[in-house]
Design a protein around this ligand. Sequence first.
Ligand code: AQP
Length: 332
Amino acid sequence: MTRIFSGITPSGHLTLGNYLGALRQWVEAEHTPSDALFCVVDLHALTVEHDPARLRRLTRQNATLFLAAGLDPRRCTLFVQSHVAEHTRLSYLLECTATDGELRRMIQYREKAAKAEAAGQGVRLSLLTYPVLMAADILAYAADEVPVGEDQRQHVELTRDLAVRFNQRYGHTFTVPKATLPTVGARVMDLQDPTSKMGKSSENTAGIVYLLDEPAVITKKVMRAVTDSGEGGVVYNRAARPGVANLLDVLAACTGGDPEKLAGGYAQYGPLKRDVAEAVVELLRPLRERHAVLAADPGEVERVLREGAERARGIARPVVDRAYEAIGLLPA
Ligand code: AQP
């Protein structure tokens, strides 16, 4: 059976990008014959300035949204990364497999380090090393597939490189995973800056649709989305017309259509924006409603996470023990 692993960092409120790029794929994967593990990767949220109380709140909220999005704990394993010590245990061995140069090449490191420096903050060492922790998250479960959005493709490539290198040096230990990307919605862009990814930790929230935004707020954000000037009406061209292309991509992802074909149905931006707003509101409505019910019973979410962590430990421990032995450490 295909083993699937993926996670989301509780570094902010979840966005439409997280839903279309990741969560929705996870729910689909859960309905195929697979063994799936989904994780709130809280340790990754410590790689930039953070507020401890907010992190605890967001971790709980993200886990609640996993359930609200339709993940069923009877069909998959839901847990919090820091509840399973195997992730950090394995991460060190992979730090001894990775090189400084390959980590400094990671795009997310370069972008986020530049942002921290511009804000006068120190760059945490963990910002450089967290892709290795992410590799450990995946390899500890012998995952075959990692459903992610486009922005995480490079980190999954690194994971593959580390798995292959470790296996070559120390004998076959890890399954080499592959990234699976959605056909539409793999890269949802910021509505105010359509050349940047819609990111949950962005400061300017006007271009970001959060999963728990009220319908009126979603509508306002979509109606104010930046569109492009230029001749020719509504056309789908990601390079030349990134704003309109993003709206068409979102509409396609919500309605199941094809963005290029959808473009043909509009002569002006206004009606396109109205349809996008309505499609997003309707897509997220059931999720918001289920979240309200689940949030009223936090004990149930905690129970799901406790049971999930126990099961996750049971899968990861033998894999990580094998890696410790393979690399030459004396068994305890
Ligand atoms: N805009 C997006 N479009 C499509 N997929 C996206 N994902 C994130 N943003 C988009 C996918 O969601 C999953 C979880 O993401 P993450 O928590 O690992 O990273 P992030 O959401 O990119 O959050 P960061 O890095 O903490 O901060 P921001 O959001 O500010 O960059 C992944 O599968 C990701 O591909």
